[in-house]
Ligand binder design. Structure first.
Ligand code: NAD
Length: 317
């Protein structure tokens, strides 16, 4: 089962699993019949014989019947994004990231599902001061979103540490995943869209913030390895491929589009950390995983997908 299957990472994961021969139940509360983003994300898998889609809210739906015969659950459903988490939407973050996760964990343990892979985030570390973050570092979440992601992973790990819990848990701390179908609020998507359309790009801060950009296919490969590796459990960083500043991302977008993005600089937003950087050692040791795609090639693939999307949209309009 893949939760959050109508989302960015979930839809890529569901597709890769089906291509590898698995039978996948995808669950998401966004209904592809009425939500155009969900429909676009799911277009690659809907209709494939190995894929079944269920539109349901994990806060209220019956989860156990969906788990019959499941050997792994990938729990990616959640509310992402740092900035809106400071406002009144915080209760939605708590509901989807913590309370719904509790329902998923409870159901997998009752049903005896052997493995739960849960989507955590680099944001649990806060800002790294120079060195790369190791899983044993003390978490210092700098936003309400990051607090909910830390609660989410630790909640699942606490359940799995109970005697007789049949489910082992792997919490993946994803570092800034990008690529085709990336969420439109994310920086790479916004920079490439600005480069393609000529519309200005809002940049919060001076652009020297650094992220460890992780291409979607690499993130998916690590996620699948986390379900199948017999020894994986605990927390694992998924990142470490391409450390770059936001200004470097803008430069790559400029060179791919052959035009200069107009940048509108604004004040940094609360909770935006200066640097994230993954130590990928544990991912290599436990999952045999190493990122394969560098930022330039990954952004080129994302730009090609955006161009194809806008051509298809133009044809439909
Ligand atoms: P996304 O918003 O594209 O996908 C999340 C999906 O979860 C959405 O389709 C949403 O409808 C669904 N969802 C939310 N609450 C739900 C509920 N109660 N019941 C059913 N479905 C629900 O986000 P994404 O970028 O694909 O991220 C996936 C996961 O990875 C999230 O948990 C996010 O916190 C985590 N993560 C993502 C990144 C990244 O760079 N994209 C980095 C770190 C962590």
């Amino acid at each position: 089962m893949v939760t959050g299957a109508a989302g960015f990472i979930g839809s890529h994961l569901a597709h890769a699993l089906v291509q590898a021969g698995a039978v996948v139940v995808g669950v998401d509360r966004r209904d592809p019949a009425t939500d155009p983003t969900a429909a676009a994300n799911l277009a690659v898998v809907r209709g494939l014989p190995g894929y079944m889609h269920v539109t349901a809210d994990l806060l209220s739906c019956a989860i156990e019947p969906l788990l019959i015969d499941a050997n792994a659950v990938f729990h990616l459903a959640g509310i992402p994004g740092v900035r809106p988490s400071w406002g009144p939407k915080f209760s939605e973050y708590v509901a989807s990231n913590v309370l719904a996760t509790h329902r998923v964990m409870d159901a997998v343990a009752r049903m005896g599902t052997p493995r739960l892979v849960v989507a955590s985030s680099s944001s649990v570390y806060g800002s790294t001061d120079g060195g790369a973050s190791v899983e044993t570092d003390r978490p210092q979440p700098a936003s309400p979103y990051a607090v909910t992601k830390l609660a989410e992973e630790q909640l699942c790990l606490a359940h799995s540490a109970q005697a007789h819990c049949p489910t082992s848990v792997v919490a993946l701390r994803y570092f800034t995943v990008y690529g085709p179908r990336q969420r439109p609020d994310m920086f790479t998507h916004r920079a490439l869209t600005a480069a393609l359309t000529g519309q200005p790009l809002r940049l919060f801060g001076d652009g020297h913030q650094r992220r460890d950009f992780t291409y979607i296919d690499d993130a998916v490969a690590a996620t699948i390895a986390a379900a199948t590796s017999p020894t994986a459990s605990g927390v694992i960083n998924v990142g470490g491929g391409s450390s770059a500043s936001l200004l470097e991302v803008i430069n790559i977008a400029n060179s791919l589009a052959g035009r200069e993005i107009q940048v509108h600089q604004e004040n940094p937003r609360r909770g935006d950390v200066l640097t994230t950087r993954a130590n990928p050692g544990r991912a290599y040791e436990v999952l045999g995983w190493q990122p394969q795609v560098d930022l330039h090639n990954g952004m080129r693939a994302q730009m090609q997908a955006l161009t194809a999307e806008s051509a298809a949209f133009g044809r439909a309009a």
